[in-house]
Design a protein around this ligand. Structure first.
Ligand code: SF4
Length: 358
Protein backbone atom coordinates (compact mmCIF):
# COMPACT_ATOMS: atom_id res chain seq x y z
CA UNK A 1 0.00 0.00 0.00
CA UNK A 2 1.54 3.32 -1.08
CA UNK A 3 1.18 5.68 1.89
CA UNK A 4 1.37 8.81 -0.28
CA UNK A 5 -1.52 7.61 -2.46
CA UNK A 6 -3.56 6.66 0.60
CA UNK A 7 -2.97 10.09 2.18
CA UNK A 8 -3.93 11.89 -1.02
CA UNK A 9 -7.12 9.86 -1.37
CA UNK A 10 -8.12 10.46 2.26
CA UNK A 11 -7.35 14.19 2.01
CA UNK A 12 -9.47 14.49 -1.11
CA UNK A 13 -12.35 12.52 0.43
CA UNK A 14 -12.25 14.87 3.43
CA UNK A 15 -12.16 17.89 1.15
CA UNK A 16 -15.16 16.69 -0.90
CA UNK A 17 -17.46 16.01 2.05
CA UNK A 18 -19.08 18.31 4.55
CA UNK A 19 -19.70 17.15 8.12
CA UNK A 20 -23.45 17.58 7.73
CA UNK A 21 -23.93 15.27 4.74
CA UNK A 22 -24.14 11.63 5.74
CA UNK A 23 -23.01 9.30 2.94
CA UNK A 24 -23.91 5.63 3.01
CA UNK A 25 -21.93 3.27 0.82
CA UNK A 26 -22.72 -0.43 0.70
CA UNK A 27 -20.01 -2.97 -0.02
CA UNK A 28 -21.90 -5.98 -1.27
CA UNK A 29 -19.20 -8.59 -0.90
CA UNK A 30 -17.97 -10.29 2.28
CA UNK A 31 -14.35 -10.17 1.10
CA UNK A 32 -14.60 -6.38 0.84
CA UNK A 33 -16.14 -6.22 4.33
CA UNK A 34 -13.30 -8.30 5.74
CA UNK A 35 -10.56 -6.31 4.00
CA UNK A 36 -12.11 -2.99 5.04
CA UNK A 37 -12.00 -4.17 8.67
CA UNK A 38 -8.50 -5.66 8.41
CA UNK A 39 -7.01 -2.55 6.83
CA UNK A 40 -8.71 -0.10 9.21
CA UNK A 41 -10.14 1.95 6.34
CA UNK A 42 -13.11 3.15 8.42
CA UNK A 43 -10.83 4.81 10.93
CA UNK A 44 -9.30 6.89 8.13
CA UNK A 45 -12.60 8.14 6.73
CA UNK A 46 -14.57 11.15 7.96
CA UNK A 47 -17.25 9.98 10.45
CA UNK A 48 -20.10 11.04 8.17
CA UNK A 49 -19.12 8.37 5.61
CA UNK A 50 -20.79 5.12 6.63
CA UNK A 51 -19.69 1.85 5.05
CA UNK A 52 -22.52 -0.67 5.26
CA UNK A 53 -22.17 -4.38 4.61
CA UNK A 54 -24.52 -6.15 2.23
CA UNK A 55 -25.62 -9.71 1.46
CA UNK A 56 -22.42 -10.95 -0.16
CA UNK A 57 -21.32 -13.77 2.12
CA UNK A 58 -22.61 -17.11 0.76
CA UNK A 59 -22.64 -18.76 4.18
CA UNK A 60 -24.67 -15.90 5.68
CA UNK A 61 -27.41 -16.00 3.07
CA UNK A 62 -27.91 -19.77 3.02
CA UNK A 63 -31.42 -20.51 4.18
CA UNK A 64 -32.33 -22.69 7.17
CA UNK A 65 -34.28 -25.12 4.98
CA UNK A 66 -31.09 -25.75 2.99
CA UNK A 67 -29.27 -26.98 6.10
CA UNK A 68 -32.37 -28.94 7.15
CA UNK A 69 -32.45 -30.65 3.74
CA UNK A 70 -28.77 -31.59 3.99
CA UNK A 71 -29.30 -33.09 7.47
CA UNK A 72 -32.39 -34.98 6.31
CA UNK A 73 -30.56 -36.49 3.32
CA UNK A 74 -27.65 -37.43 5.58
CA UNK A 75 -29.84 -39.15 8.15
CA UNK A 76 -32.22 -40.90 5.76
CA UNK A 77 -29.83 -42.04 3.05
CA UNK A 78 -26.52 -42.61 4.85
CA UNK A 79 -24.58 -40.50 2.35
CA UNK A 80 -21.23 -38.72 2.65
CA UNK A 81 -21.72 -34.96 2.86
CA UNK A 82 -18.90 -32.94 1.29
CA UNK A 83 -18.79 -29.23 2.04
CA UNK A 84 -16.72 -26.09 2.27
CA UNK A 85 -15.64 -25.74 5.91
CA UNK A 86 -17.81 -22.88 7.17
CA UNK A 87 -21.09 -24.37 6.02
CA UNK A 88 -21.06 -27.20 8.53
CA UNK A 89 -21.26 -24.69 11.41
CA UNK A 90 -24.39 -22.97 10.07
CA UNK A 91 -27.56 -23.97 11.90
CA UNK A 92 -30.83 -24.92 10.30
CA UNK A 93 -34.05 -25.06 12.28
CA UNK A 94 -32.78 -28.09 14.17
CA UNK A 95 -29.01 -28.16 14.56
CA UNK A 96 -26.06 -28.10 12.20
CA UNK A 97 -23.81 -30.52 10.34
CA UNK A 98 -21.00 -30.15 12.84
CA UNK A 99 -23.28 -31.75 15.45
CA UNK A 100 -24.01 -34.56 12.99
CA UNK A 101 -20.28 -35.07 12.46
CA UNK A 102 -19.79 -35.27 16.22
CA UNK A 103 -22.39 -38.06 16.23
CA UNK A 104 -20.22 -40.00 13.78
CA UNK A 105 -21.81 -39.07 10.43
CA UNK A 106 -19.45 -38.94 7.44
CA UNK A 107 -18.96 -35.25 6.66
CA UNK A 108 -15.88 -34.19 4.73
CA UNK A 109 -14.43 -30.74 4.16
CA UNK A 110 -13.18 -30.02 0.66
CA UNK A 111 -11.40 -27.00 -0.79
CA UNK A 112 -12.40 -27.31 -4.45
CA UNK A 113 -15.46 -29.02 -5.97
CA UNK A 114 -13.12 -30.70 -8.47
CA UNK A 115 -11.84 -32.90 -5.61
CA UNK A 116 -15.26 -34.56 -5.72
CA UNK A 117 -14.56 -36.36 -8.99
CA UNK A 118 -11.64 -38.31 -7.53
CA UNK A 119 -13.54 -38.89 -4.29
CA UNK A 120 -16.57 -40.31 -6.13
CA UNK A 121 -14.38 -42.57 -8.29
CA UNK A 122 -12.55 -43.91 -5.25
CA UNK A 123 -15.58 -44.44 -2.97
CA UNK A 124 -17.90 -46.33 -5.29
CA UNK A 125 -20.08 -47.96 -2.62
CA UNK A 126 -21.46 -44.75 -1.14
CA UNK A 127 -23.32 -41.72 -2.44
CA UNK A 128 -21.69 -38.33 -1.97
CA UNK A 129 -23.70 -35.10 -1.68
CA UNK A 130 -21.85 -31.83 -2.13
CA UNK A 131 -23.21 -28.64 -0.58
CA UNK A 132 -22.67 -26.24 -3.47
CA UNK A 133 -23.15 -22.74 -2.09
CA UNK A 134 -21.93 -19.43 -3.41
CA UNK A 135 -22.57 -16.70 -5.93
CA UNK A 136 -21.71 -16.19 -9.60
CA UNK A 137 -18.07 -16.73 -8.58
CA UNK A 138 -18.37 -20.36 -7.46
CA UNK A 139 -21.03 -21.35 -9.99
CA UNK A 140 -18.58 -21.96 -12.92
CA UNK A 141 -16.39 -24.45 -11.02
CA UNK A 142 -19.45 -26.28 -9.69
CA UNK A 143 -20.85 -26.39 -13.24
CA UNK A 144 -17.53 -27.75 -14.49
CA UNK A 145 -17.56 -30.45 -11.80
CA UNK A 146 -21.11 -31.50 -12.74
CA UNK A 147 -20.11 -31.67 -16.40
CA UNK A 148 -17.04 -33.75 -15.57
CA UNK A 149 -19.18 -36.11 -13.47
CA UNK A 150 -21.48 -36.55 -16.46
CA UNK A 151 -18.59 -37.10 -18.89
CA UNK A 152 -17.07 -39.74 -16.62
CA UNK A 153 -20.47 -41.35 -16.06
CA UNK A 154 -20.20 -40.97 -12.29
CA UNK A 155 -23.40 -42.14 -10.62
CA UNK A 156 -22.70 -41.62 -6.93
CA UNK A 157 -22.13 -37.86 -6.81
CA UNK A 158 -24.94 -35.33 -6.22
CA UNK A 159 -25.16 -31.59 -5.68
CA UNK A 160 -27.35 -29.80 -3.17
CA UNK A 161 -26.99 -26.28 -4.49
CA UNK A 162 -27.72 -22.88 -3.06
CA UNK A 163 -26.17 -20.61 -5.66
CA UNK A 164 -27.27 -17.01 -5.51
CA UNK A 165 -27.31 -14.18 -8.02
CA UNK A 166 -26.38 -10.62 -7.09
CA UNK A 167 -28.67 -8.34 -9.16
CA UNK A 168 -32.04 -9.59 -7.77
CA UNK A 169 -31.00 -9.06 -4.15
CA UNK A 170 -29.64 -5.60 -4.99
CA UNK A 171 -33.02 -4.78 -6.60
CA UNK A 172 -34.63 -6.04 -3.39
CA UNK A 173 -32.42 -3.80 -1.25
CA UNK A 174 -33.08 -0.75 -3.37
CA UNK A 175 -36.80 -1.49 -3.39
CA UNK A 176 -37.06 -1.27 0.40
CA UNK A 177 -38.81 1.81 1.68
CA UNK A 178 -36.08 2.40 4.26
CA UNK A 179 -33.31 2.06 1.73
CA UNK A 180 -31.07 5.13 1.79
CA UNK A 181 -27.88 3.89 0.23
CA UNK A 182 -25.98 6.48 -1.78
CA UNK A 183 -23.61 4.22 -3.70
CA UNK A 184 -22.34 0.67 -4.13
CA UNK A 185 -18.96 -0.99 -4.08
CA UNK A 186 -19.59 -3.93 -6.44
CA UNK A 187 -17.77 -7.24 -6.03
CA UNK A 188 -14.78 -7.50 -8.36
CA UNK A 189 -14.74 -11.30 -8.39
CA UNK A 190 -18.41 -11.56 -9.43
CA UNK A 191 -17.74 -9.00 -12.14
CA UNK A 192 -14.68 -10.94 -13.34
CA UNK A 193 -17.12 -13.74 -14.26
CA UNK A 194 -20.17 -11.75 -15.36
CA UNK A 195 -18.51 -8.56 -16.62
CA UNK A 196 -18.84 -5.08 -15.14
CA UNK A 197 -21.91 -4.37 -17.31
CA UNK A 198 -23.79 -6.80 -15.07
CA UNK A 199 -24.07 -3.96 -12.55
CA UNK A 200 -25.02 -1.23 -15.03
CA UNK A 201 -28.64 -1.37 -13.80
CA UNK A 202 -27.62 0.44 -10.59
CA UNK A 203 -26.87 3.55 -12.62
CA UNK A 204 -29.65 3.13 -15.17
CA UNK A 205 -32.57 2.13 -12.94
CA UNK A 206 -31.69 3.72 -9.60
CA UNK A 207 -29.54 6.68 -10.70
CA UNK A 208 -26.95 5.71 -8.11
CA UNK A 209 -23.18 5.52 -8.53
CA UNK A 210 -21.42 2.15 -8.37
CA UNK A 211 -17.79 1.09 -8.56
CA UNK A 212 -16.47 -2.36 -9.39
CA UNK A 213 -13.47 -2.70 -7.09
CA UNK A 214 -10.59 -5.04 -6.39
CA UNK A 215 -9.77 -6.27 -2.92
CA UNK A 216 -6.57 -4.52 -1.84
CA UNK A 217 -7.06 -1.66 0.64
CA UNK A 218 -5.90 0.74 -2.06
CA UNK A 219 -8.50 -0.65 -4.52
CA UNK A 220 -11.27 -0.17 -1.98
CA UNK A 221 -10.16 3.34 -1.09
CA UNK A 222 -10.03 4.31 -4.76
CA UNK A 223 -13.59 2.96 -5.05
CA UNK A 224 -14.78 4.99 -2.04
CA UNK A 225 -13.08 8.09 -3.44
CA UNK A 226 -14.79 7.57 -6.79
CA UNK A 227 -18.21 7.12 -5.18
CA UNK A 228 -17.85 10.09 -2.81
CA UNK A 229 -16.84 12.25 -5.75
CA UNK A 230 -19.94 11.21 -7.68
CA UNK A 231 -22.28 11.52 -4.68
CA UNK A 232 -21.10 15.02 -3.79
CA UNK A 233 -21.25 16.33 -7.34
CA UNK A 234 -24.52 16.97 -9.09
CA UNK A 235 -23.71 15.32 -12.42
CA UNK A 236 -25.20 11.98 -13.57
CA UNK A 237 -24.19 8.97 -11.52
CA UNK A 238 -22.25 6.21 -13.25
CA UNK A 239 -21.01 2.67 -12.91
CA UNK A 240 -17.22 2.66 -13.08
CA UNK A 241 -15.06 -0.40 -13.51
CA UNK A 242 -12.03 0.34 -11.33
CA UNK A 243 -10.72 -3.23 -11.44
CA UNK A 244 -9.77 -3.40 -15.10
CA UNK A 245 -6.73 -5.58 -14.36
CA UNK A 246 -9.19 -8.46 -13.73
CA UNK A 247 -12.62 -7.37 -14.96
CA UNK A 248 -13.72 -6.90 -18.55
CA UNK A 249 -17.00 -5.27 -19.46
CA UNK A 250 -18.42 -8.58 -20.77
CA UNK A 251 -16.71 -10.88 -18.24
CA UNK A 252 -15.35 -14.36 -18.79
CA UNK A 253 -17.16 -16.07 -21.70
CA UNK A 254 -15.94 -19.58 -20.75
CA UNK A 255 -17.22 -19.25 -17.17
CA UNK A 256 -20.53 -17.79 -18.37
CA UNK A 257 -20.98 -20.60 -20.89
CA UNK A 258 -20.43 -23.20 -18.16
CA UNK A 259 -23.08 -21.55 -15.98
CA UNK A 260 -25.57 -21.43 -18.85
CA UNK A 261 -24.96 -25.05 -19.82
CA UNK A 262 -25.60 -26.51 -16.37
CA UNK A 263 -27.90 -24.13 -14.50
CA UNK A 264 -31.21 -22.34 -14.97
CA UNK A 265 -32.26 -19.14 -13.26
CA UNK A 266 -34.93 -19.82 -10.61
CA UNK A 267 -36.49 -18.14 -7.61
CA UNK A 268 -34.21 -18.41 -4.59
CA UNK A 269 -34.64 -18.38 -0.83
CA UNK A 270 -32.41 -16.11 1.26
CA UNK A 271 -31.80 -16.44 4.98
CA UNK A 272 -34.42 -14.47 6.89
CA UNK A 273 -35.56 -12.69 3.73
CA UNK A 274 -37.53 -15.40 1.95
CA UNK A 275 -38.02 -15.93 -1.75
CA UNK A 276 -36.40 -13.43 -4.08
CA UNK A 277 -37.53 -13.83 -7.68
CA UNK A 278 -34.92 -15.01 -10.18
CA UNK A 279 -32.14 -14.94 -7.60
CA UNK A 280 -30.92 -18.53 -7.73
CA UNK A 281 -29.09 -20.87 -10.09
CA UNK A 282 -30.59 -24.36 -10.01
CA UNK A 283 -29.37 -27.42 -11.93
CA UNK A 284 -31.19 -27.61 -15.27
CA UNK A 285 -33.03 -30.54 -16.89
CA UNK A 286 -29.94 -31.79 -18.78
CA UNK A 287 -28.08 -32.47 -15.55
CA UNK A 288 -31.10 -33.23 -13.33
CA UNK A 289 -29.74 -36.62 -12.27
CA UNK A 290 -26.99 -34.81 -10.36
CA UNK A 291 -29.45 -32.65 -8.42
CA UNK A 292 -29.70 -34.01 -4.86
CA UNK A 293 -33.24 -32.67 -4.53
CA UNK A 294 -34.20 -34.85 -7.50
CA UNK A 295 -32.24 -37.93 -6.41
CA UNK A 296 -33.34 -38.04 -2.75
CA UNK A 297 -36.90 -37.74 -1.55
CA UNK A 298 -37.20 -35.31 1.32
CA UNK A 299 -39.99 -33.34 2.95
CA UNK A 300 -40.81 -29.96 1.49
CA UNK A 301 -39.69 -27.45 4.09
CA UNK A 302 -41.70 -24.30 4.46
CA UNK A 303 -39.96 -20.98 4.85
CA UNK A 304 -39.46 -20.00 8.47
CA UNK A 305 -38.06 -16.83 9.99
CA UNK A 306 -36.05 -17.03 13.17
CA UNK A 307 -37.32 -13.91 14.92
CA UNK A 308 -34.51 -13.79 17.49
CA UNK A 309 -31.81 -13.35 14.89
CA UNK A 310 -31.42 -10.02 13.10
CA UNK A 311 -29.47 -11.51 10.20
CA UNK A 312 -32.10 -10.36 7.71
CA UNK A 313 -31.70 -6.72 8.72
CA UNK A 314 -27.91 -7.07 8.84
CA UNK A 315 -27.80 -8.66 5.38
CA UNK A 316 -29.98 -5.92 3.93
CA UNK A 317 -27.84 -3.20 5.48
CA UNK A 318 -30.66 -1.93 7.71
CA UNK A 319 -28.93 -2.72 11.00
CA UNK A 320 -25.40 -3.12 12.25
CA UNK A 321 -24.54 -6.30 14.20
CA UNK A 322 -24.45 -4.53 17.55
CA UNK A 323 -28.12 -3.67 17.12
CA UNK A 324 -28.92 -7.37 17.46
CA UNK A 325 -29.62 -8.25 21.11
CA UNK A 326 -27.78 -11.55 20.75
CA UNK A 327 -24.52 -10.03 19.45
CA UNK A 328 -21.52 -11.01 21.57
CA UNK A 329 -23.75 -12.65 24.19
CA UNK A 330 -25.62 -15.70 22.98
CA UNK A 331 -24.09 -15.27 19.53
CA UNK A 332 -20.32 -15.22 19.12
CA UNK A 333 -17.80 -16.92 16.75
CA UNK A 334 -17.30 -19.80 19.19
CA UNK A 335 -21.02 -20.50 19.37
CA UNK A 336 -22.68 -18.76 16.44
CA UNK A 337 -26.44 -18.40 16.68
CA UNK A 338 -26.94 -16.87 13.25
CA UNK A 339 -25.03 -17.49 10.00
CA UNK A 340 -23.52 -13.97 9.87
CA UNK A 341 -21.40 -14.97 12.89
CA UNK A 342 -20.01 -18.15 11.25
CA UNK A 343 -17.81 -17.23 8.33
CA UNK A 344 -14.73 -15.02 8.49
CA UNK A 345 -16.53 -12.95 5.83
CA UNK A 346 -19.76 -12.69 7.83
CA UNK A 347 -20.69 -9.19 8.94
CA UNK A 348 -21.29 -10.15 12.58
CA UNK A 349 -18.11 -12.24 12.77
CA UNK A 350 -16.11 -9.30 11.42
CA UNK A 351 -17.77 -6.87 13.84
CA UNK A 352 -16.90 -9.21 16.73
CA UNK A 353 -13.38 -10.01 15.54
CA UNK A 354 -12.32 -6.47 14.65
CA UNK A 355 -14.42 -4.74 17.33
CA UNK A 356 -15.89 -2.31 14.88
CA UNK A 357 -19.32 -1.24 13.78
CA UNK A 358 -19.55 -2.81 10.35
FE1 SF4 B 1 -27.67 -13.15 13.66
FE2 SF4 B 1 -25.81 -13.44 15.61
FE3 SF4 B 1 -25.61 -11.46 13.92
FE4 SF4 B 1 -27.55 -11.46 15.73
S1 SF4 B 1 -25.35 -11.32 16.13
S2 SF4 B 1 -27.73 -10.91 13.58
S3 SF4 B 1 -28.01 -13.63 15.85
S4 SF4 B 1 -25.47 -13.63 13.42
Amino acid sequence: MDKKIIKRLIDEINFMTTQTQEIKIMEVCGTHTKNIAMSGIKSLLPPNIKLISGPGCPVCVSEESYIDNAIEILRKYNVIIASFGDMIRVSGTNGNLLDEKAKGEDIRIIYSPLELIEMAEQIKNKNIVFLGVGFETTAPVIALTIKKAAERKINNLFFLTSLKLMPPILHYIMGQTINNIDGFICPGHVASVTGSEYFRFIEEEYYLPAAVCGFEAEDILIGIHNLVKQITQKENKKLNNLYTRCVKSNGNPIAKKLINEVFKVSDGEWRGIGIVKGSSLNINENYKKYDALNAFKIENKSFKINTNCQCKEVLLGNKIPKECNLFGKICNPFKPYGPCMVSSEGTCFIAYRYKEEV
